[in-house]
Structures are given as structure tokens and as C-alpha cells.
Design a protein around this ligand. Structure first.
Ligand code: HEM
Length: 406
């Protein structure tokens, strides 16, 4: 069996769109991800995705943008504003953790600081799983034990009570005691309503709940810190764009797309051939062969993004079939379901800012700019280079609303 790698936009698109190639990135993480949506294929994947997609509607997203996010932001940023400083990664964890568990359908019964801390701790333990394939052999068993322990805690403390509450509500709706629109609009409720129809086991329900927390929170947190860093660095070098930041309501979203292109939260996607596959780029993939779609490299494809493809430039115009964020949100059957929630919809000429979907990451960046975010000269930002997806591990910032650019 041989391995293949695609490093161009066209090559990656073909890999991601081929139905004869199945998910292979999470083979080592089977203990936590075997039954998660992103690891399913064919009819099973389609049936599950169709059920979950019902929650990913424009009206649900706009409610998150206009009601849920502003309240969460205010509550989360307040202590940092009072202190005048904080850590960007830390702030991201606190905002996104609560939003994501809400969207997934995990109740925070206490809404206490300790409860949020525990969820963040669990999220960090879960994030060990997708990287197991790149772990050194000697610590794999130790990491697996930590993941299993975190799964058990999550199930007992968070998932089981959330399932029980929703099952009671669903029974009330079915008996006519409660109106249908009184049910929570989250992924867990949707899955429980269709549980028999799509044959969802307990293990699958647990893995799906965990996958959503990971897919929703982890990706956005790291996209947020990259975007703030790139934007502040750009404005330092191009102070003339501060006027654009103030006048163009879509500029921040454009910066988030550009940052996401350079920093895909997963640098690669991986698939395995179910039968012989011929890729238009000339590669022949034998059944059983693995194919890597190198999203990081493809997003730097100079034939698509120009000679300066390797650098951050929010003035860039990308023509044609490719999104401004490249292939960072995936494509084909596993294309990110949370895309519009996370980064919004691409504005078109004539788009009005009033009912535009900006996405949670651009809106958080805006709120941080309004809070006067800037790197703390006394702190030292540090990247986590121990994993294949390079992220900011620490990013100390000052929050000075009186010096805000917005
Ligand atoms: C900036 C933030 C995000 C990034 C960069 C991102 C990226 C991705 C990528 C690359 C994939 C495809 C994986 C593959 O092909 O193997 C994916 C799938 C997925 N994402 Fe996201 N994602 C983000 C935010 C979210 C959010 C907020 C949610 C949910 C609330 C979400 C839910 C999902 C789901 C459910 C899938 C699996 C879809 C399927 O297998 O059919 N994502 N995401």
C-alpha cells in the first residue's frame, strides 16, 4: 500500500469530493471518534448528517449572533476588562466553550465558574484524541487512558442529565402536553428525536456529543487567536487600513477568512480508497491506499492566491471557484456543518450589514477590538509547536477600551 499527497487546491478538492475515498484521519482516535459523524461514510453518514443539519439553519445562527453571543461575550469579557488584561487563548476558551455546549445540547446545570473550568479541562483531554496518530509510541497508552477517563466524566456529569431532560421534554411533546417549539434547538435534541430512525447507539451518542464540543470549540478558539494576531500585526504595518476597519462592516470578516486560509485548524485531511481511484491530477490510487489532502499547502497555492500566497493580506481578491479561506472548512460530504455559524457567509456586492451573517469568530474579533485589545508588552506570546496543528498556547493581551481602534 502506498501513500499519496495532494498539495494543490484542485488536488485537495478532488480528494475531498470523491465518494470512493473514506475518512481516515481519525483511525488512531477510534476509541473516541469511530462513530462520530466525521468518521462515517455512505448511507449512515448521509442519514445522520441530514438529521443534524436541521439545527444548522439561518434563523438559528442569527439568534446565536444577535442574542446568545452578545450576552455570553459581555459576561465572559467583563472580568478581563476589569483587570485590564488577560490571555487571548483563555478568553477564547471561555466564550466558545459555553456557546458550543449550548449548541450541542449539553446543559450547564450550575452555570458556575467551576463547571466551565471542568468543561474546558475535558475539552483539552478530548483534543488529545485526533492527534494520537502523531503521538510518540511510548505515551499513546497513557493518553488513551486519560481520554477514556474524560469520556466517562463527561458522560456522567454532563451528557446523561442532558439526555434525561430532553427525553422528558420530547415525551411531553409527543403526548401533546408541550408545544413542539418549546423543545431546545440543539443537536442532541434533534438526534434523540430521530434516534430509532437512524439507529443511534449509546456509544455513538456519547462520541457525537464529544465530537461536537471538539469540532465547535477547539477550531474556533484557535482561529480566533490567529485572526486577532494577524489583524493587529497588519494594522501596525498598514495604519491606513484603520479607516477601512472603521468604515467597512465586512473588513473584519475578510481578515478572518484570510487568517483561516493561512492557518487551517486541521493542516491536513486524510482519506482511504475504497476502490481504485484515478485523480485528474494524474495520480492512481489503489484500493486501501491512503491519500492526504494537504490543506495548509493548498491554501498557499500561488496559481490561485497569487505570488504573496504565503503572507496575510486582507486586500487579496480571490477569483472563481475558491473560497477566500481556501479549503480550510473542508468540502464534499464532510464539508464543515458549522461553517456559517463560525465564520458567517461571504458578503456579495450589495449585501446589507443589517441581516448579514458575520459568524461568531469575526464578531468576537470585533468585540475584542472594541475592548481595545493589543499584545501585552510585558507578556510573551507562545505557540504550541508540539502538535502538527500550530496554535497559540498563550497570547497575553491588554484590554484598554479608551484606546480602542473601533
Ligand atoms: C473556524 C472554525 C472551524 C473550522 C476551521 C472547521 C473546520 C472543519 C473541517 C476542515 C471539516 C472537515 C473535516 C474533514 O473533511 O475531514 C469540518 C467538519 C465538521 N465541522 Fe467544522 N470547523 C469549524 C467550526 C465548526 C463549528 C462551530 C461546528 C459546530 C457547531 C462545526 C461542526 C462540524 C461538523 C459537524 C463537521 C463534520 C461534518 C461531516 O462529517 O459531515 N465546525 N470542520
Amino acid at each position: 500500500m502506498s501513500a499519496h499527497e495532494m498539495t494543490t487546491i484542485d488536488g485537495c478538492m478532488h480528494v475531498l469530493k470523491s465518494r470512493d475515498l473514506r475518512q481516515a484521519l481519525y483511525d488512531e482516535a477510534a476509541l473516541m471518534m469511530e462513530h462520530a459523524l466525521v468518521n462515517l461514510h455512505g448511507a449512515e453518514h448521509r442519514a445522520r448528517r441530514n438529521v443534524e443539519a436541521k439545527v444548522f439553519r439561518k434563523d438559528v445562527f442569527l439568534r446565536y449572533e444577535k442574542e446568545v453571543l452578545p450576552a455570553t461575550l459581555e459576561e465572559t469579557i467583563a472580568p478581563y476588562l476589569e483587570a485590564g488584561r488577560g490571555d487571548l487563548v483563555d478568553i477564547g476558551y471561555r466564550i466558545m466553550m459555553n456557546l458550543t455546549v449550548d449548541f450541542t445540547g449539553i446543559d450547564r446545570a450550575e452555570r458556575s465558574a467551576e463547571e466551565t473550568e471542568e468543561l474546558i479541562r475535558l475539552l483539552k483531554e478530548f483534543s488529545l484524541a485526533p492527534a494520537l496518530g502523531q503521538s510518540r509510541g511510548d505515551d499513546v497508552e497513557d493518553k488513551k487512558a486519560r481520554i477514556r477517563a474524560a469520556m466517562a466524566t463527561f458522560s456522567e456529569r454532563f451528557l446523561e442529565p442532558s439526555i434525561a431532560r430532553r427525553e422528558t421534554l420530547i415525551a411531553d411533546v409527543e403526548a401533546g402536553r408541550l408545544a413542539d417549539d418549546a423543545l431546545p434547538r440543539d443537536v442532541l435534541t434533534m438526534l434523540l428525536r430521530e434516534r430509532e430512525a437512524i439507529g443511534l447507539s449509546e456509544e455513538a451518542l456519547l462520541q457525537e456529543g464529544i465530537f461536537y464540543v471538539l469540532a465547535g470549540a477547539h477550531t474556533t478558539i484557535h482561529s480566533l487567536s490567529h485572526a486577532v494576531h494577524e489583524l493587529l500585526t497588519w494594522l501596525d504595518a498598514h495604519p491606513e487600513d484603520i479607516a477601512r476597519l472603521r468604515e467597512d462592516p465586512f473588513f473584519i470578516q475578510q481578515c478572518v477568512f484570510e487568517s483561516l486560509r493561512l492557518h487551517p485548524s486541521s493542516p491536513v485531511a486524510r482519506r482511504r480508497a475504497l476502490c481504485p481511484v484515478h485523480l485528474p491530477e494524474g495520480e492512481d490510487i489503489a484500493a486501501g491506499d491512503a491519500v492526504t489532502a494537504n490543506l495548509y499547502e493548498a491554501n498557499r497555492d500561488e496559481t490561485i492566491f497569487g505570488a504573496d500566497a504565503g503572507s496575510f493580506n486582507p486586500r487579496r481578491h480571490v477569483e472563481g471557484k475558491v473560497a477566500p479561506h481556501g479549503v480550510s472548512m473542508g468540502m464534499g460530504m464532510h464539508a464543515c456543518l458549522g461553517r456559517n455559524l463560525a465564520i458567517g457567509v461571504e458578503p456579495r456586492p450589495g449585501t446589507s450589514a443589517d441581516d448579514h451573517q458575520f459568524g461568531i469568530v469575526p464578531l468576537i474579533v470585533r468585540a475584542l477590538l472594541q475592548a481595545g485589545v493589543r499584545p501585552d508588552p510585558e507578556g510573551k506570546a507562545r505557540k504550541d509547536e508540539t502538535i502538527t496543528r500550530i496554535t497559540w498556547a498563550e497570547y497575553p493581551v491588554l484590554l484598554r477600551p479608551e484606546e480602542a481602534l473601533l
